[in-house]
Design a protein around this ligand. Structure first.
Ligand code: 5GP
Ligand code: MN
Length: 338
C-alpha cells in the first residue's frame, strides 16, 4: 500500500462510516478470516460495519469469533440490500473483480459508496478508489495484518482478530507450505500466536472435522482419479449423483484436488465437480512449479486465481468438459513435462 493510499484510508476512517465488508462467493478460510478480522478492527474503532457474504460457507469455518453476525445474502437479501444501499464505504476482500460476488454484483455496482479492495489475486479490475493489491502475498489475511500495521494499529490486534487472521493464512498457504509462504508470513504468524491465536485449536477446528460420509466421498474421488502420465496431469471427477450418494455438504470436497500433486511426475491436478442446480461443472486447478493455472483457467474455463491455484467453470456436461480439457493438454505437453 502506498503512502498516499494509507493517508486517504486514515482520513476516511477518521469519520464514522457505514461500512459493508464483502468476501467472494463460496468464501474460504482466507475470505472469512480476513472479513471477520477487519470487522472486529473497524467495530473496535467505533464504526458501524457489517459483513455480507454472497452465499453460505462450510461449517468448519463457522467457529470463528464474530461469525454469527455475518449476513448471508441468499437467506437475508432484504437486509443486505438495505445495508449496501446505505453504505458509505465498502471493503471487498480476497477477490478483485465484481464477477466474483454472484448476485451481489448489480447491487454493489449501483452504490455511490467508496470502495477499498484488499486482495492477492492476479489481474485486478478497476473499481476501487483505494487498492491494496499484491500478488506476492500468501493471503488476504496477511494483507489485513499489514493494513492494520500501516494504520499504526498493530497493538490493537485482539485475540479474536488474531484467531481469524491465523486461520486464513493457514488455509491459504496449505498450512504454511506453499511457495507464497515467506519469512514475513512466519513473522506475522508468530505475532498472531503472541497476540492470542491458539494454533493447535485452530488447526483442529478446521481440519479435524471429517464425517464418515465425507471420507467416503474422498474415497470415491480418489477412485475416480484419471492419471495422464504423458501430460503430467491427474484429474478427478465428482458427479452430482456421487455427491448425493455421499450426502455432500458445502466444504466436503475442500482439498481433494491436492492429492493429484502428491504423485511423482504430476505437475497439474484438477477436480471437476458437477453442480446440477447451477447447471455448471465447477473446476479447481492446482499446479507445481511454473505452470500457471491462473492463465489456463482464464484462457479456457472462465476463471482465474493464482499461478499455482485457480478455479473456473464449464457450462457443458462432465463428459464434454473432461474431453475438452484433455484435448487442450497436447499444446501444454512440453511445459507440463519440463
Ligand atoms: P478453489 O479451487 O480453492 O476454489 O480456488 C483456488 C483459487 O482460485 C482461489 O484463490 C479462488 O479465489 C480462485 N478462484 C476459484 N474459482 C474462481 C473463479 O471462478 N474465477 C476466478 N477468477 N477465480 C477463482
Ligand atoms: Mn485468499
Amino acid at each position: 500500500m502506498n503512502l498516499e493510499d494509507i493517508k486517504a484510508t486514515k482520513e476516511l476512517l477518521s469519520a464514522e462510516q457505514k461500512i459493508v465488508i464483502i468476501p467472494h462467493k463460496n468464501p474460504d478460510g482466507d475470505a472469512i478470516g480476513s472479513t471477520l478480522a477487519l470487522w472486529h478492527y473497524l467495530k473496535n474503532k467505533g464504526h458501524n460495519a457489517t459483513i455480507i457474504s454472497p452465499n453460505d460457507y462450510p461449517k468448519f469455518l463457522k467457529w470463528m469469533p464474530g461469525n454469527e453476525q455475518i449476513k448471508n445474502f441468499e437467506t437475508d437479501s432484504i437486509g443486505a440490500k438495505r445495508l449496501i444501499a446505505e453504505a458509505t464505504l465498502i471493503f471487498t476482500l480476497d477477490f478483485n473483480h465484481l464477477g466474483r460476488i454472484g448476485q451481489l454484483q448489480p447491487l454493489v455496482e449501483d452504490t455511490s459508496a467508496t470502495f477499498i479492495m484488499i486482495d492477492h489475486h492476479q489481474a485486478p479490475s478497476d473499481y476501487a478508489k483505494i487498492m491494496y493489491s499484491d500478488v506476492s502475498m500468501s493471503s488476504t489475511c496477511e494483507m489485513i495484518y499489514n493494513f492494520i500495521e500501516f494504520l499504526g494499529d498493530e497493538n490493537k490486534v485482539t485475540p479474536e482478530m488474531a484467531s481469524c487472521l491465523y486461520t486464513g493464512i493457514m488455509t491459504d498457504t496449505g498450512s504454511f507450505k506453499y511457495r507464497s509462504t515467506t519469512s514475513n508470513t512466519h513473522r506475522i504468524v508468530a505475532n498472531l500466536i503472541e497476540k492470542g491465536a491458539d494454533n493447535t485449536k485452530i488447526h483442529n477446528n478446521v481440519f479435524d472435522t471429517n464425517t464418515p460420509s465425507k471420507l467416503h466421498l474422498l474415497g470415491c474421488a480418489l477412485k475416480n482419479m484419471v492419471i495422464l502420465k504423458k501430460y503430467g496431469t491427474a484429474y478427478i471427477t465428482l458427479s452430482q449423483e456421487e455427491l448425493d450418494i455421499y450426502n455432500y455438504k458445502k466444504g466436503d470436497t475442500e482439498g481433494i484436488v491436492n492429492y493429484g500433486l502428491t504423485l511423482d511426475g504430476i505437475k497439474l491436478a484438477v477436480i471437476f465437480i458437477e453442480n446440477k442446480e447451477e447447471g455448471i461443472i465447477k473446476i479447481s486447478f492446482r499446479s507445481e512449479g511454473n505452470f500457471s493455472v491462473n492463465e489456463f483457467a482464464r484462457n479456457h474455463f472462465q476463471g482465474g486465481g493464482h499461478t499455482n491455484a485457480a478455479g473456473g467453470k464449464s457450462d457443458e456436461t462432465m463428459e464434454e468438459t473432461t474431453t475438452y480439457f484433455t484435448s487442450l493438454l497436447e499444446r501444454y505437453k512440453d511445459e507440463l513435462n519440463a
